[in-house]
Write a protein that binds this ligand. Structure first.
Ligand code: ZN
Length: 450
């Protein structure tokens, strides 16, 4: 006999303990002694109170001995979303931070990225970056690869194999005066982008999708930008690029595109600002440009480590949020030296405090707000918030099991603290030793099984 309350899919796992996450209304919601069920599709089937155990177990057909109980000092939080990371630059992360953006690209970045036509090298670097980010709690990553189609496809395959949710971009650039061998012709860029999209979609990876990736306006002719806008529109794809990272770059864009009113207008003109667009940085955007972001639904990726490391600028996140522009955090490896989103959280807080030092009227971001940016905010910035970002029924279970008191870990607990203090300690002091398990779409992806 059919039970009308009975869900259509079976429950695979039930967890009981503290869950912390963000909602649209609250940057931090703490659910103590909660029960969360994950179905066989990896989706959150229910979330309720421990006291509702009897009712939930009857409705969803699981038995209490099957429940995984979290330990003291443990909690679940949503997996973190890195909205901007250059997988190819991971090979030199932690070095080469001694010059500003445009010189940095010519001196370090382009020579290294040109090596990715070697698939062996690409395999090595891409495996390391996917593993490192997953281990540090990045369940979703929005990657830049290089101009090489086959190596970019390989990055998609590796992310899929390790179970990371990813947007992967084959970089497009038909302008490069300094490292002349690292660019494409306009035709190559267009054809290879179409091949990349077709082949990656053809793999039918459940969690890995292509993202149209003009490197940034100075590396692309207007013709190429227009073609990429077309390709994204025709295939309803995500778009990523960079904008207003550094003052010299903004000046260069004004010179290269004199017919455009602003840097934002360049992308807008070529149909590259949509509700599936994420632009990195945005340190120097005017209020008018932010209004255009809001109007088009395009989002920003705030990459504070990179902004400081390359002396690019300091983004006023509060002003972006006041304009109701979607915003997430990015590591921007390797302009940002750390691949860990926990570092992005800390640098975002530091940057906000720098603005407060300069102007005591500035309303400093709270750790709860930055926690939201690293999780739900990132999923919104990537237009993936229907699938991930917090613990809502129907979303995929992308989660970190955090043990603040992990043996041998970096945190000493002196007294018995509540979950809010434990989260704050983890965000400020924790590292991968505290992230004991990572789940993406219900599948345990850390510890690695190999
Ligand atoms: Zn970048």
């Amino acid at each position: 006999m059919a039970n009308s309350n009975r869900p259509t899919t079976d429950i695979r796992h039930v967890y009981r303990g503290t869950f912390v996450h963000s909602t649209q209304q609250a940057p931090l919601q703490i659910l103590e002694d909660a029960l969360l069920g994950v179905d066989t599709e990896g989706k959150i089937a229910f979330i309720g109170k421990g006291a509702e155990l009897d009712r939930l177990s009857k409705t969803f057909g699981f038995s209490p001995p099957d429940i995984t109980q979290l330990e003291q000092h443990e909690f679940f939080m949503p997996g973190m979303v890195d909205t901007h990371i250059h997988a190819s630059q991971y090979s030199y992360a932690g070095t080469a931070l001694d010059m500003p953006l445009l010189q940095w690209l010519n001196t370090y970045t382009f020579p290294v990225e040109s090596r990715f036509k070697d698939l062996g090298f690409a395999h090595r670097v891409y495996t390391q970056v996917v593993k490192r980010t997953l281990r540090n709690g990045t369940t979703t990553a929005c990657y830049f690869a290089t101009i090489h189609t086959d190596a970019s496809l390989l990055l998609g395959q590796i992310a899929n194999d390790f179970g990371q949710r990813a947007l992967v971009g084959k970089v497009c650039m038909d302008r490069n005066n300094s490292v002349k061998h690292y660019k494409e012709t306009n035709q190559e860029s267009q054809e290879e982008t179409c091949r990349f999209i077709a082949e990656l979609l053809g793999k039918k990876y459940p969690l890995v999708k292509p993202v149209v990736t003009p490197r940034f306006a100075p590396s692309c002719t207007g013709v190429l930008l227009g073609q990429l806008g077309e390709i994204a529109k025709n295939n309803n794809l995500h778009i990523q690029s960079h904008i207003s990272e550094n003052a010299e770059e903004v000046k260069l864009v004004n010179e290269l595109f004199p017919e455009s009113e602003s840097y934002t207008d360049v992308y807008h003109k070529y149909n590259l600002l949509t509700d599936k667009t994420v632009m990195a940085h945005g340190c120097y955007l005017s209020d008018e440009e932010l209004a255009l972001f809001r109007e088009t639904g395009a989002s920003l990726s705030h990459c504070p480590n990179s902004n400081i490391s390359l002396c690019s600028g300091v983004l006023d996140v509060r002003n972006v949020l006041k304009h109701k522009v979607k915003l997430g955090l990015g590591t921007d490896v390797a302009g940002g030296y750390s691949a860990s989103m926990l570092d992005a959280v800390r640098r975002a807080l530091d940057s906000s405090k720098v603005l407060t030092i300069q102007d005591p009227e500035h309303e400093t971001l709270s750790f709860e707000e930055v926690f939201r940016l690293a999780t739900l905010g990132g999923s919104q910035a990537l237009s993936l918030d229907d699938q991930t970002g917090n613990f809502e029924v129907g979303k995929d279970f992308d989660a970190l099991r955090v043990n603040v008191a992990a043996p041998g870990g970096p945190i000493d607990l002196i007294q018995c603290d509540g979950p809010k203090i434990l989260l704050e300690k983890f965000l400020n002091l924790g590292d991968d030793r505290n992230i004991v398990e990572v789940f993406v779409a219900g599948r345990k992806v850390v510890p690695f099984t190999e």
